[in-house]
Design a protein around this ligand. Structure first.
Ligand SMILES: Nc1nc2c(c(=O)[nH]1)N[C@H]1C(S)=C(S)[C@@H](COP(=O)(O)OP(=O)(O)OC[C@H]3O[C@@H](n4cnc5c(=O)[nH]c(N)nc54)[C@H](O)[C@@H]3O)O[C@H]1N2
Ligand SMILES: Nc1nc2c(c(=O)[nH]1)N[C@H]1C(S)=C(S)[C@@H](COP(=O)(O)OP(=O)(O)OC[C@H]3O[C@@H](n4cnc5c(=O)[nH]c(N)nc54)[C@H](O)[C@@H]3O)O[C@H]1N2
Ligand SMILES: [Mo]
Length: 711
């Protein structure tokens, strides 16, 4: 184990310098170990811990600016109430007492009629278990509020992966440098998974071949040996084509298949429907690309080399996203890639962590209510805020409490989301660091602490270390941690269960389930000092099978899928919106649009940090020269992007990075920082994926036109 000497963790107030161990809170697979330099009570620098195995002393540009974000002149420092119209963003300062009284009174009134009319809306602004999954969840469960189905990011791929492999456990990032073939499938790690990319670079120096599968020539794709530019939403077909070649050319690990998989014969039959010719047509690539990819993969495995597929989110945000993830998850079992440390697939490591959900969230409170809670999908918040009461839906939503999220910017079909939040009769509370697009609609806006100001403990989704975050500085202004805000609300509403008085430290101490072997030696007081601790998990988790499916095998055939009304075998569902699947729509809107993460933003976080926004410039749209010429669009021209749902303006970048028929608007901009107050989610739809009830952000057709002279 790498050395982890304890360092001082006490926030300093005197004119001394201390280094405090912290963890990056952001929604990113890397969850870095941070060392915060605090001088006289002020955080002056944030560095990556050189001793942490994946952080390795390196931070991304965004998080190295964390002090700039924390001490930003626009930080919310006091509770406020709205004085202007909804969305106008005019507020006046009030006291914490007034804020908590107002909220408690309104929620009590609504709950007396029907607590289902109250909705929490939160996602991963911070990924800390304490600030995102504990006191707030206890509060809403005790209240009997509507449950939020947290689908906005990963639930499609998670569902497909779990049906196949059992749980979201995958290849160990620490061994990726040993791979000889790495496929980056629907991911741009230079932007969104930097510490994984560092390992890929090491593998490349060791002679590995690196292949990107991505409709867009991303920053990462351009640095790979090969870039296969599939049409969006066609990855499931490409994986079927690979399986066709692997099986028909006998590039298989028959021993692994016999011992650790279920349904090989049915799979063998199914893939006969997917010869490379058909796959190439569906994916918009050549037959040679399909065959070569499968052979590269199969031959490397036959040579006994480690092969790794890094499957990301790009392939999940389309109608058939769940099946795409499932098909990709079948591949390593066919060739025996799981035998090697660093081999197999890594989509997410989330389920590696035995979280203590019963303690953190207290789902048992729900049993005290006379009805089961209703569930609202966060990805259809646009429609659901506008829905009247009905027997099927239940009561109209009367109150929303938003924390760790910015739905007005990030949720699909944004025009409707904004319309919903603009409802005069909706009571909206927002807990935030900044006055985001969503905060503009708040009735009560509350200042939350940042990671430097509160305590937390983290699970991750890209490595397998439990991570501690100590408070480095005192809260700025009157900011309070999410936990404290919900503690105050619980007290004011008379919730007297002792769990509403648990301190953040007490919560962190029990955040992981020590009865589970993986976290058996979890000790919060020690973790606070050492910063991080690896789970007890082998480097090659499925080397000898042990899949957490009902059969204990990798399930090519899934009874559970059949029971859930799905095709039990790998298949392909075309996008809702594509030129080949929807000719009528494509006649009006012939271009596919995707809006993946911009390198200098983290979803919509950091958009208001000047130095990072300056680097991104302004909202851009990458468009292929052929598509640009056909529309009289020149480089740097202002263009209008539109479909039946809405429109937005952007600066055109005429570039072959976007394949013909595709436009790319890197995201997620705050609407208020764009020329027309809009962003990419104006044109995205609220339709959901085949599995996991997830959004289809990259399943969108648009038209693009020049807006006139270049400015
Ligand atoms: N800098 C930065 N880092 C981030 C984030 C951020 O906003 N900024 N967001 C964080 C979050 S919340 C998440 S979920 C992860 C996302 O992590 P990733 O999924 O790795 O996101 P990207 O890195 O943008 O990679 C997505 C890639 O998929 C491509 N793509 C789009 N559609 C398709 C398709 O149909 N098929 C295939 N094969 N590729 C497709 C896009 O062009 C893009 O290059 O990153 C996290 N890290
Ligand atoms: N068009 C398009 N839309 C997308 C995506 C896309 O690729 N394209 N990606 C989707 C994905 S993958 C995701 S995960 C979602 C992300 O959507 P969100 O989870 O809503 O992410 P952010 O936009 O970063 O907003 C998080 C907010 O939480 C706040 N915050 C951070 N820490 C704290 C805290 O401790 N307390 C409180 N109260 N607030 C805090 C931050 O200031 C920030 O404003 O967006 C989705 N939307
Ligand atoms: Mo995400």
């Amino acid at each position: 184990m790498t050395s982890q000497s304890p360092v001082p963790v006490v926030p300093s107030s005197a004119a001394t310098t201390v280094i405090v161990r912290a963890a990056c809170p952001h929604d990113c697979p890397d969850t870095c170990a941070l060392l915060v330099t605090v001088k006289g009570g002020i955080a002056t620098e944030v560095r990556g811990d050189p001793a942490h195995p994946t952080t390795a002393g390196v931070l991304c540009t965004k998080v190295s600016r964390y002090p700039e974000r924390t001490y930003h002149k626009d930080r919310l420092l006091y509770p406020m109430k709205r004085v202007g119209a909804k969305g106008e963003g005019k507020f006046v300062r009030i006291s914490w007492d007034e804020a908590i009284d107002t909220i408690a009174e309104r929620l009590t009134q609504i709950a007396a009629r029907d607590p289902h009319a109250i909705l929490p809306y939160s996602y991963a602004g911070t990924m800390g278990l304490v600030q995102s999954e504990s006191m707030s969840m206890r509060f809403f469960n005790r209240l009997g509020a509507s449950q939020l189905d947290r689908t906005i990011c990963s639930s499609a791929g998670s569902a497909g992966y779990r049906y196949t492999v059992g749980e979201r456990v995958g290849a160990d990032t620490e061994h990726v440098q040993h791979a000889k073939l790495i496929i980056l499938w629907g991911g741009n790690p230079i932007a969104s998974n930097l510490h994984f990319w560092m390992r890929v670079q090491e593998a490349k120096r060791n002679g590995a071949k690196i292949i990107a599968i991505d409709p867009y020539r991303s920053l990462s794709a351009e640095k790979c040996h090969q870039h296969i530019a599939v049409l969006p939403g066609t990855d499931a077909a490409l994986a079927l084509g690979m399986m066709h070649v692997l099986i028909n050319e006998n590039l298989l690990d028959t021993d692994y298949i016999a011992r650790h998989t279920l349904g090989f014969e049915q799979l063998q039959q199914r893939v006969q429907q997917w010869p490379p010719q058909r796959v190439a047509e569906v994916c918009g690539i050549s037959v040679a690309e399909v065959e070569q990819l499968a052979r590269d993969y199969g031959h490397a495995a036959q040579r006994g080399e480690t092969t790794l597929i890094r499957a990301n989110y790009g392939l999940q945000r389309v109608r058939g996203g769940g099946m795409a993830a499932r098909n990709v998850a079948c591949l390593p079992a066919l060739v025996g890639a799981w035998r090697h440390a660093g081999g197999g697939v890594q989509m997410s490591t989330s389920d590696s962590f035995p979280k203590n959900g019963a303690f953190l969230q207290r789902p048992d409170f729900l049993q005290a209510h006379d009805r089961a809670p209703r569930t609202i999908n966060m990805s259809t918040i646009g429609d659901d805020l506008l829905r009247p009461s009905s027997p099927e839906f239940g009561p109209a939503v009367e109150a929303v409490l938003v924390y760790n999220a910015n739905p007005v910017a990030v949720a699909p079909e944004s025009g409707k989301v904004a319309q919903g939040f603009a409802r005069e009769d909706l009571f909206t509370v927002v807990l935030e660091h900044f006055q985001t697009d969503t905060a503009d609609y708040a009735d009560i806006l509350l200042p939350a602490t940042t990671q430097l100001e509160h305590v937390d403990v983290h699970a991750t989704y890209g490595h397998i270390y439990m991570m501690a975050n100590n408070a480095a500085i005192a809260p700025l202004g009157e900011a309070k941690p999410n936990t404290e805000i919900f503690r105050l609300l619980a007290a004011r509403m008379g919730f007297d269960d002792p769990c509403f008085q648990d301190s953040d430290d007490a919560i962190a101490a029990q955040a992981f389930d020590r009865s589970h072997a993986r976290a058996a030696d979890y000790d919060w007081s020690r973790l606070k000092e050492t910063g991080w601790q690896r789970l007890n998990l082998p480097a090659a988790p499925f080397a000898d099978g042990g899949f957490a499916t009902p059969s204990g095998k990798c399930e090519f055939y899934s009874e559970r899928m059949l029971a859930d009304g799905l095709d039990p075998l790998p298949g392909y569902t075309p996008p809702y919106e594509s030129v080949s699947s929807n000719a009528v729509l494509a006649a009006k809107y012939p271009l596919a649009m995707i809006s993946p993460p911009a390198r200098n933003f983290l979803n919509s976080s950091f958009v208001n940090v000047q130095s990072l926004r300056d680097t991104e410039g302004e909202p851009h749209l990458d468009i292929h020269p052929d598509d640009a010429t056909a529309r009289g669009i020149v480089n740097d021209a202002e263009v209008r992007i539109f479909n039946d749902r809405g429109s937005m303006l952007a600066k055109a970048r005429v570039t072959p990075r976007a394949r013909v028929g595709l436009v790319v608007g890197l995201s997620i901009w705050w609407k208020k920082f764009s020329a027309d107050g809009k962003n990419a989610n104006e044109v995205t739809s609220q339709r959901l994926t085949d599995m996991g009830r997830a959004p289809t952000f990259y399943d969108v057709l648009v038209q693009v036109e020049a807006c006139g002279a270049k400015d």
